[in-house]
Ligand binder design. Structure first.
Ligand code: FES
Length: 146
């Protein structure tokens, strides 16, 4: 009969494995919530000049933290903003072609105005989205036809 020291015991019991898996899931949920609330870490910082491009044509540089609406006004790009930039009318809606990760995280009022589906598909309110890295946006055609 082998000594107890020779019996190969599993390193973790099923209960320990379940607890470990639950901790991993909780950590993953916490990290995703943090990223959603605070946004991903960016290599850009306050004071940096960042490129914003509209329709791939009008491009210019703005300071970190400038809203897309302010960038459009600085570059003389015609972008409606009927509510004056308070995030309630939705007329400043843009589609983010590239650099969505370089915009400030979407807030609840913005998501309500856009609608969850549009927000998921990459639409943002220019008056709410702050530039935190190079971005390219497109103004929807139905706002351009005038
Ligand atoms: S200007 Fe009205 S929502 Fe942006």
């Amino acid at each position: 009969m082998p000594y107890a020291a020779h019996v190969a015991l599993p390193k973790k019991t099923p209960v320990e494995l379940v607890r470990q898996r639950l901790r991993e899931v909780a950590r993953d949920v916490r990290d995703r919530a943090k990223a959603r609330i605070f946004g991903p870490r960016s290599k850009y910082k306050e004071g940096d000049l960042l490129t914003v491009s509209f329709q791939g044509k009008h491009a210019g540089e703005v300071l970190y933290g400038t809203t897309i609406l302010s960038a459009s006004r600085a570059m003389k790009v015609d972008l409606d903003h009927f509510c004056g930039g308070c995030g309630s009318c939705g007329t400043c809606r843009v589609f983010v072609v590239a650099g969505a990760e370089h915009l400030s995280p979407i807030q609840m009022n913005e998501e309500i105005t856009l609608g969850a589906e549009a927000a998921r598909k990459g639409h943002r309110l220019a008056c709410q989205a702050k530039v935190q890295g190079p971005v390219e946006v497109k103004i929807p055609d139905y706002f351009l036809a005038r």
